[in-house]
Design a protein. Structure first.
Lengths: 499, 361
C-alpha cells in the first residue's frame, strides 16, 4: 500500500496563539462577529449529541460571504482548525468544537434568496431551516421532500453536510437526490459553485462528494434545492403484528408487491407503549410491533395502493389494520411516531439514538439480536425506525446519573454497529459519523479505503484544517482502537460480504 | 441468499484487472478502459493501452425484495434489464445503450440517463455502492447494498460520469424499482415555446409523468404508474394518444435514433439547461427532452458561440457528434484545478483513461 499521508492538523495538539488570532480577526471583521468570552462560547459547546462537550477557542459569527472568506483565510494562514456549524441539531457530534479551533457559525445566513416555481427550485442560505423552505413554497403547491425529524430546527447547510434523510426518503430520496447546486468556500477562501441549475454539470459529480462530507471539504454558503409538487392525497395504514418477524416480513412483502410507500416506519412494543402513554395516538399497546405505511399520489392511485397494502399485510399475518380516513386521523397516526423520542425521556432520563442500516431481509434477525444485546448490557432499548429503508434507530435507555451507565450505553451502541456490519449494513444511515462513530469507521473500512478518503480530503483541504478528527479516522487512531491490530489487518468476520 | 447462478462466461476478473493496473502504475503506462465499446463517441478520444474489462461479467446478487442488484461492470446491460423485467422491476433511470454491447460499467462510467431522468432520477442517484481499482492498483469498496449509507465520502456516486478517470469499476450495486404497471403517452400539437410553457405547468402537477419530449411541432408526454393514476391524469390532460408503438418511440428518444438525429449531418449538441430556460436566440433547438432540461441542437455554429449562449442561461453544452474539442463544456480554472487534484488523489500517475473526460485530466 502507498505511503500514508495523514492530515497534519488532525492529531496536532500544538496550541495556537489565541490572542494573536483574535487580533487578526478583529482587525478585519466587525466586533460582534468574533466571540471569545467564555459565556459567549458556552452555547456552542455541543450539538445534538450532548454527551460530548468542548468549548471552542473562539466563535466567529459572520454575516457575509466576504467575512467567511476572511475568517477562513486567516485560519488557513495561522494553521487554525475550523468547525462549521448550522443549527447544531446533528446527532453524531459533527459540529463538536475544538478547544484549539474556531467554531464558524452559519446562523446568520438565514435568508431564502430565490424561489423559482417555473424551474421548481429554491436558492437559500445554509442557515435556513429545513421546514422553512417547504413553508415558503407551500402556496405554490410545492415542497422540499427530505424531512429529517428535526426539520423544524435543523438547517439546510447541515442537511447537505450530513446527507440527511427522513421518513419520506424511501420514495423521495435523501438530500443528495434533492439538491441542484451548492456554493462552497474552501479553507483557502476560494468560492466554488458545485452542481448547476440544470440537472447535471460538466466534470465530476462534486455535488455527490460534497453531500454528506460532514464539513471536511468546504464551507457551504448557498444551497439550491429541488422542489416537488405536493401530493394530492396521502393516507396512512396503521398495521399491528403480534411478532417482530411477521412485521419485518411485511415490510419486504410490501416493497416486493411493487409499491413504493412514501414512508414505512416501524415501532416495537417498548416504543408503542412509551408513545401511547405520552400522546395517546390510539396505538395498540399489546402489539409486538406496528407499521405505519403512508402512500401518496393522486386520489385514485392512493386508493389502489392502500388496498394493495391491505392485501399484502393481511397475508403477512397482521392482527389489525386501520386506514386513516381523513387528515386529522392521518396526523393522529403520525403523532405517536413523531413524539416517540421525547416519549422515551419519560421512561428513562437519557437515551442514546443509534443509526445503523441493514438489508431489509435482515430486519427480524437484527431486531432480535438487539434484544439479546439489551439483556447482555442490562439496558432497555426501544426501536422506532425507517423500516422501509432498513434504517434502524435503536434508542438505548440509560441514566447518566448512574455511574457507568453512559459507558455501558456506548458499548451497547458499538455492539449494535457491529451487528449491522455483520449483516452487510452500515454504521450510519443518516446521522453521520462525526465523532460518535469514528472508531466504528475502522471496522467498516479497511486501511486502503480510509487512506483514499484522506487523499480526497487533501484535494480540497491540503492542510487538513476543516473539521479535523471527524468522519474519517486516521490509521493511527484505528490502530489504537485495536480492530485492525487484533485481527492482524483483517476485519472481524472476514467471511462476510461488506460491499 | 437468493444469488443468481453465474451464467456461462460470467467470471470474476478482479484480481487480473487489479494486477494489470498495478503494473501500469509502476510502469506509468496509460490505460484506455473498454468493455462494450459503445460510448467512445462520448467525451474525448481515449489514449493508452486497452484494458478490456468485458470479461469481468455477471450478476453477483439480486433480490427483488431488497430492490438492489449487484453486478460486475462487464455485465451486458441487456442481461441486467432482462433479469429485472422477469421480476417486474427496472432501472428507473432508463439508461441509453448506444449499441448492442452496452455494459453496466459503461453506463455508470458515462453517467448517462434516459427520458425518465427528471422524474425518476439519474444514473448516479441509483448507485448504492461500488468496488473499484484505483490508479495504484488497489481494490477499494465504497458504499454498499443498503438504501442509506453516510459512512465515508460518497465516492460511488462521484464515479458515476467520471469516464473511468478516477478508478476502474469492478462491481456496482444499484437501487432498482418496480416497473410501472401501466403506461400511456399523450401527444399535443405545440410549438417549442408552447411546449416549454406546458412543461412548466405540468411540473407543478402531482401526475405520474415519466417522459416529456418535444420535436417537430409535437409534444409527447409519458405517464407511468398505477392504472388509475395514469388514466385520471390522461383525462385531465387531454391530447391525443400516440399512434405508433410508444415503447419504440421512447426507445428512439432514449437512444437519439429518431430520424431527426440520424438524417442530419451537422454536429449534434446536447444542451443541459434549467428546464424553464427560454429558447435561445434564433437557434433551435431541434428537440427538447427532460421537460426542457435537455435540449438537442443540430448546428454548424462555432462551439464557443453555442457554449456562450447556453452558459448565459446557467446551462452547459456538450458535443455528441462532430469534431469539437473539448467535447464537454470547459470548466472554470479553479474547478479544473480541483478536478486535477481529485484525479491525482485517486490516480496519482494519471494512467486511467487520461484525456478521456477533458484533455487536462
Amino acid at each position: 500500500m502507498a505511503a500514508v499521508t495523514e492530515p497534519v492538523a488532525a492529531e496536532d495538539e500544538t496550541l495556537v496563539d489565541k490572542d494573536g488570532l483574535i487580533a487578526q480577526l478583529k482587525a478585519e471583521l466587525p466586533d460582534d462577529v468574533v466571540l471569545h468570552d467564555e459565556e459567549d462560547l458556552r452555547p456552542f459547546e455541543c450539538d445534538g449529541l450532548s454527551a460530548y462537550r468542548e468549548l471552542p477557542m473562539l466563535v466567529v459569527l459572520p454575516a457575509t460571504e466576504a467575512q467567511i472568506q476572511t475568517t477562513l483565510r486567516i485560519c488557513h494562514a495561522n494553521n487554525v482548525p475550523v468547525v462549521a456549524r448550522g443549527a447544531g441539531t446533528g446527532l453524531s457530534g459533527g459540529s463538536l468544537p475544538l478547544d484549539r479551533g474556531v467554531l464558524l457559525s452559519l446562523a446568520r445566513f438565514n435568508q431564502i434568496l430565490d424561489i423559482d416555481a417555473d424551474n421548481a427550485r429554491a436558492t437559500v442560505q445554509p442557515g435556513v431551516r429545513n421546514l422553512a423552505i417547504s413553508e415558503a413554497v407551500a402556496d405554490l403547491g410545492l415542497y422540499y421532500a427530505p424531512d429529517p425529524s428535526s426539520q423544524i430546527a435543523c438547517s439546510i447547510g447541515g442537511n447537505v453536510a450530513e446527507n440527511s434523510g427522513g421518513v419520506h426518503c424511501l420514495k423521495y430520496g435523501l438530500t443528495t437526490h434533492n439538491i441542484l447546486q451548492v456554493t462552497i468556500i474552501t479553507l483557502e477562501g476560494e468560492r466554488l459553485t458545485i452542481g448547476s441549475m440544470a440537472l447535471d454539470s460538466p466534470g465530476y459529480d462534486l455535488l455527490a462528494l460534497m453531500t454528506g462530507s460532514e464539513g471536511l471539504l468546504g464551507v457551504i454558503v448557498e444551497v439550491t434545492v429541488k422542489l416537488l409538487p405536493t401530493p394530492e392525497v396521502a393516507r396512512v395504514a396503521l398495521i399491528a403484528f403480534d411478532g417482530l418477524r411477521q412485521a419485518s416480513n411485511a415490510v419486504a412483502a410490501i416493497i416486493q408487491a411493487g409499491i413504493v410507500p412514501a414512508g414505512l416506519e416501524m415501532l416495537d412494543n417498548p416504543a408503542i407503549k412509551a408513545t401511547e402513554d405520552f400522546v395517546h395516538a390510539g396505538y395498540p399497546t399489546e402489539a409486538a410491533a406496528i407499521l405505519l405505511c403512508e402512500v401518496d399520489g393522486t386520489a385514485a392511485e392512493v386508493e389502489e395502493h392502500i388496498e394493495a397494502v391491505r392485501d399484502v399485510v393481511e397475508r403477512c399475518g397482521a392482527t389489525e389494520i386501520r386506514l386513516s380516513q381523513d387528515e386529522a386521523e392521518r396526523a393522529r397516526f403520525w403523532a405517536g411516531r413523531k413524539a416517540a423520542f421525547p416519549a422515551m425521556g419519560r421512561v428513562r432520563p437519557d437515551y442514546y439514538c443509534m443509526d445503523g442500516t441493514i438489508p431489509r431481509k435482515a430486519l427480524a434477525d437484527v431486531l432480535i439480536g438487539i434484544g439479546d444485546l439489551s439483556q447482555e448490557y442490562e439496558l432497555d432499548v426501544a426501536n422506532v425506525f425507517h423500516a422501509g429503508d432498513g434504517n434502524l434507530h435503536p434508542l438505548i435507555l440509560y441514566d447518566a446519573n448512574n455511574p457507568g451507565e453512559l459507558e455501558r450505553a456506548e458499548a451497547f451502541g458499538g455492539a449494535i454497529c457491529q451487528l449491522c456490519l455483520d449483516y452487510g449494513g452500515s454504521i450510519t444511515g443518516e446521522h453521520g459519523v462525526g465523532v460518535e462513530k469514528i472508531d466504528q469507521m475502522c471496522v467498516q473500512f479497511p486501511p486502503a479505503e480510509l487512506t483514499q478518503f484522506h487523499a480526497i480530503k487533501s484535494a480540497f483541504d491540503p492542510k487538513g484544517l476543516l473539521n479535523p478528527g471527524k468522519a474519517v479516522p486516521t490509521l493511527h487512531r484505528c490502530a489504537e482502537f485495536g480492530a485492525m491490530h487484533v485481527h492482524n489487518g483483517e476485519l472481524p468476520h472476514p467471511e462476510l460480504e461488506r460491499l | 441468499m437468493n444469488a443468481v447462478a453465474d451464467p456461462v462466461g460470467a467470471m470474476d476478473q478482479s484480481n487480473e484487472i487489479a494486477d494489470h493496473v498495478a503494473q501500469a502504475f509502476a510502469a506509468k503506462t496509460p490505460l484506455a478502459i473498454r468493455a462494450g465499446d459503445t460510448k467512445s463517441f462520448l467525451g474525448e478520444i481515449g489514449r493508452g493501452e486497452i484494458l478490456d474489462v468485458a470479461g469481468h461479467s455477471g450478476i453477483i446478487s439480486y433480490e427483488p425484495g431488497e430492490l438492489v442488484l449487484t453486478a460486475r461492470a462487464g455485465t451486458p446491460l441487456t442481461e441486467i434489464e432482462t433479469t429485472l423485467a422477469e421480476a417486474g422491476q427496472q432501472l428507473a433511470f432508463e439508461p441509453p445503450h448506444y449499441g448492442q454491447g452496452a455494459t453496466l460499467g459503461g453506463v455508470i462510467a458515462a453517467g448517462v440517463s434516459g427520458p425518465a431522468r427528471p422524474f425518476n432520477g439519474a444514473a448516479r442517484d441509483f448507485v448504492l455502492g461500488t468496488r473499484i481499482v484505483n490508479g495504484r492498483g488497489e481494490c477499494l469498496r465504497f458504499g454498499g447494498e443498503v438504501m442509506k449509507n453516510v459512512a465515508g465520502y460518497d465516492v460511488s456516486r462521484l464515479l458515476a460520469g467520471s469516464f473511468g478517470t478516477l478508478g476502474v469499476l469492478l462491481d456496482v450495486s444499484l437501487k432498482v424499482l418496480p416497473a410501472a404497471h401501466h403506461q400511456a403517452t399523450r401527444v399535443f400539437e405545440h410549438s417549442a415555446e408552447t411546449a416549454l410553457d406546458a412543461f412548466k405547468r405540468w411540473r407543478l402537477r402531482p401526475w405520474p409523468i415519466t417522459g416529456a419530449y418535444w420535436e417537430n411541432g409535437l409534444t409527447y408526454l409519458r405517464l407511468s404508474g398505477a392504472e388509475t393514476a395514469v388514466r385520471s391524469a390522461c383525462e385531465q390532460l387531454g391530447g391525443q394518444s400516440l399512434a405508433m408503438d410508444y415503447r419504440n418511440f421512447w426507445t428512439e428518444v432514449r437512444e437519439q435514433t429518431r430520424p431527426l438525429f440520424t438524417q442530419d449531418e451537422r454536429p449534434l449538441w446536447r444542451l443541459s439547461l434549467p428546464p424553464a430556460a427560454p429558447l435561445l436566440d434564433n437557434a433551435g433547438p431541434n428537440a427538447i427532452d427532460w421537460g426542457g432540461a435537455q435540449r438537442w441542437l443540430l448546428s454548424d455554429e462555432p462551439a464557443a458561440t453555442i457554449r456562450q449562449r447556453v452558459a448565459a442561461q446557467d446551462g452547459h453544452a456538450s458535443v455528441y457528434r462532430g469534431h469539437t474539442t473539448p467535447r464537454f463544456h470547459p470548466l472554470s480554472k479553479s474547478l479544473l484545478a480541483l478536478h486535477q487534484r481529485l484525479k491525482a488523489s485517486m490516480d496519482p500517475a494519471g494512467i486511467l483513461n487520461p484525456g478521456r473526460l477533458y484533455p487536462e485530466l
